[in-house]
Design a binder for this molecule. Structure first.
Ligand code: A2P
Length: 377
């Protein structure tokens, strides 16, 4: 592992290295290793961003870990190095080539433009910019071509949208999905490290017969589930999470007419989201066709053992890059044969957040390498 700078005063050295892609496919072109900043490095997603960069051997000229004043001075391990966390400030992005933001919408709104002005490409995990017309909203398995249209900021989609639609895209391309209905079973990790802690603590308290006053989520979490804790739009009756799934699916598929409905529920699971999906295609489609399409789909693993009654579970998806898909069957409520029901589970912190962001960053580097390889006139 190359030595890394953790101090913002360090000049950003430039080195050349090859980047590793999802399925160990080497990049065709040499890329310039950037200095990368992680905003929110100490958070649930931030920690996974660090792991993904390391695991995927992302080419780095330096790595800068940024968080609030509460974390300044803490150290985090990266490869063989101990990197010091710095407090985020307006000078944090000097020399930074790629900034991975996962510190919420308010921090993204305040600091992403500063990072862009300093010359960084921002990949933001919050919802702050997702629906802006000039901000690409990217899942690399679906719409990587939109990355090239960025003006400094690229948005990482909502975690449920990612888990639900990565497996649907190859189906949609063959036989357009006209209507999609999802019901989510969302893990604690989507609300951050403190919510994961609250799930563990409140479960221990419940089992010990102690009272637990929840601090992060609005309802008791142990042995309970509740409607997603975002604001409800009085006009539609949909909460913000559900609205994100509807709007982001349309934007990522580039299909504003797809009809989508969602019910988003928080369940007492630590870090993988599960989603029941029903979809209606324009033409008839069979479960076997869906299985055949998904067998070769990037980022997807079919887990559909009817004999053993073994299907995707959050325990199996945790720590995995792929979205697990099973329970593939006809939707019996539609006699036309155009509708399918399935169940998808994906690690919210990986493909639902950190992994997708790092895959976007890899594509950014690849794009920069190919631009640089074009002879200048
Ligand atoms: P910190 O750990 O110092 O509070 P999560 O999504 O798991 O709750 O994590 C949120 C991340 O955003 C953490 O790394 C957190 O840092 C960071 N963060 C929160 N508020 C700020 C802030 N005002 N400035 C910089 N980083 C922040």
């Amino acid at each position: 592992m190359r030595p890394l700078q953790s101090r913002s005063s360090a000049p950003p050295p430039v080195s050349r290295a090859n980047i590793q892609h999802g399925r160990a496919k080497p990049a065709a072109l040499p890329v310039v290793a950037p200095v990368v900043a992680i905003v929110g490095a100490t958070g649930a997603v931030g920690v996974e961003l660090l792991r993904c960069l390391e695991k995927r051997r992302f080419p780095l000229a330096g790595l800068r870990l940024l968080a609030s004043a509460r974390s300044a001075g803490k150290t985090m391990k990266f490869g063989g190095d101990e990197l010091v966390v710095e407090e985020l400030n307006e000078q944090s992005f000097e020399g930074v080539g790629i900034a991975l933001f996962s510190a919420g919408g308010a921090i993204a709104r305040q600091y992403a433009p500063i990072a862009v002005r300093a010359g960084a490409v921002v990949v933001d995990n919050s919802s702050a910019y997702r629906m802006d017309a000039d901000v690409p909203l990217v899942i690399p398995e679906i719409n990587p071509e939109t990355i090239a249209r960025h003006h400094g900021i690229i948005a990482n989609p909502n975690c449920c949208a990612i888990v639900a639609i990565v497996p649907l895209w190859p189906i949609h391309r063959k036989n357009r999905i006209a209507r999609l209905i999802v019901a989510t079973y969302q893990a604690a990790s989507g609300a951050g490290a403190a919510a994961m802690e609250e799930l563990s603590e409140s479960t221990r308290a419940y089992l010990a017969g102690r009272n637990y006053a929840q601090r992060v989520l609005p309802h008791p979490y142990a042995f309970n589930l509740f409607s997603h804790n975002t604001r409800i739009d009085p006009r539609t009756g949909y909460n913000d999470e559900e609205t994100k799934v509807v709007n982001e699916t349309r934007k990522i598929f580039g299909d504003p007419d797809i009809r989508v409905s969602a019910t988003c529920i928080r369940v007492p699971v630590l870090r993988a989201h599960s989603i029941a999906v029903n979809f209606e295609c324009e033409r008839p489609i069979s479960p076997d066709e869906v299985r055949a399409i998904l067998a070769g789909a990037p980022g997807v693993r079919v887990v559909d053992d009817i004999e053993k009654n073994y299907f995707p579970m959050p325990r199996d998806a945790t720590g995995e890059d792929d979205i697990l898909v099973g329970r593939i069957r006809r939707d019996l409520s539609d006699p036309s044969g155009k509708s399918i029901a399935l169940f998808a589970v994906g690690d919210q912190l990986l493909k639902g957040a950190a992994l997708n962001a790092v895959q976007i960053a890899e594509r950014v580097l690849e794009g920069q390498a190919s631009t640089e390889s074009i002879p200048q006139m």
